[in-house]
Design a protein around this ligand. Sequence first.
Ligand SMILES: [Zn+2]
Length: 430
Amino acid sequence: MQVTQAYRFALDSTPARRRALASHAGAARFAWNWALAACTTRHKAEGKWWSATELHRLWNQTKKTDPTLGWWAENSKCVYQEAFRDLDRALREFVRSRNGARKGRLGFPRFKKRSQCRDSFRFSTGVMRCAGRTVALPRLGTVATHESTRKLTRRLDNGTARILSATVSRTADRWHVSFTVHVERPAPARHARPGSAVGVDLGVTTLLTGVADGGTVIEIPGPKALRTRLRKLARLSRVHARAQPGSANRAKAAARLARHHARVTHVRTDTLHKVTSALAARYETVVIEDLNVTGMLANRRLARAIADQGFGQARRMLTYKTGWNAGTLLIADRWFPSSKTCSDCGRRKPNLALSERVYRCGGCGLVAGRDVNAARNLLVLAASGAESPNACGGDVRPGLAGRSPAKQEPGTTPGVGETGTAAAQATATR
Ligand SMILES: [Zn+2]
């Protein structure tokens, strides 16, 4: 199976190399702004913009005649070209969003300001390679990486991967390269453990509670990456806010704060990757809830805890990783009462406070952890077939009102009548 995936490496760069990286990022920003100005001028006169190809041609003429652009050759020509492509895409997507041809509302592209936009640039042609603890990039040459590139190198060597492009960007004080790679992955015809299933409840107190077929309970407490680092974050923010604007101390405080934020993100992403990989490898069918992440983030008391766990990310990772393992991700309907239903007798509690961490059933006397009870209910859906298949799961089954959960971003609200019938079917099967 052919998949497009990213391999991202942190770069270890010398001061000279860092200047070259910053110069390329500046060139990309300049090219974007130059092209945006050219497009705006033309649009005023002729009512249309330049395409990426036209911009490239225009740039090639201008850079040779305009003496103030004499520095262009210090950076790879690819960087300018890719900035024009980015602007071309941004303009086209802006028009599509205006016409309602795409989801979301996009604003008109804006000029980029140093210090206020991400330092980033891209190569799509030229020498892009990796070996050991180095990567080779056009114009920049060989750059040391912070970690070994062996996973990608091995794939490049045996011909199961091809690099399409390389995006270099800065997060806090560290530069990263992200290779977009076309990978030929062995497509297993069946999952390694056919028939295995797990119901997964994503929670705030526990990152993840899973109940596997056979009743095994898996509990992942979650790194609470942000919570433990929150006091430090508050202190760093305070120092930053109190420093004189424009001073050297302010800049130093900002850098420390950015580093701390980046660290939090890394810890969270790492945990999520490990957990989702393990689940997708071990179970053929993974059932999760369709969480309304945006809606939950609107709850001020819970927002930080939820954002800290990265529910949206967990779901996205499970979607593609189950696909790689020939498994299926099932997403229960958003209104499926997984927490409110007794996993033993099926009786439902209409009102279940979020503070009730233990589920006590008034009917059969079941006492179970709230998350465990919810996960057991989700596991039942794996067998009942009353659920939504993921992108790799094949056809949309009847009774789903044509909703494809894999395409629906977490947080978008389905329209009335589109809510699916998974909940009704699931209760009917009991
Ligand atoms: Zn019960």
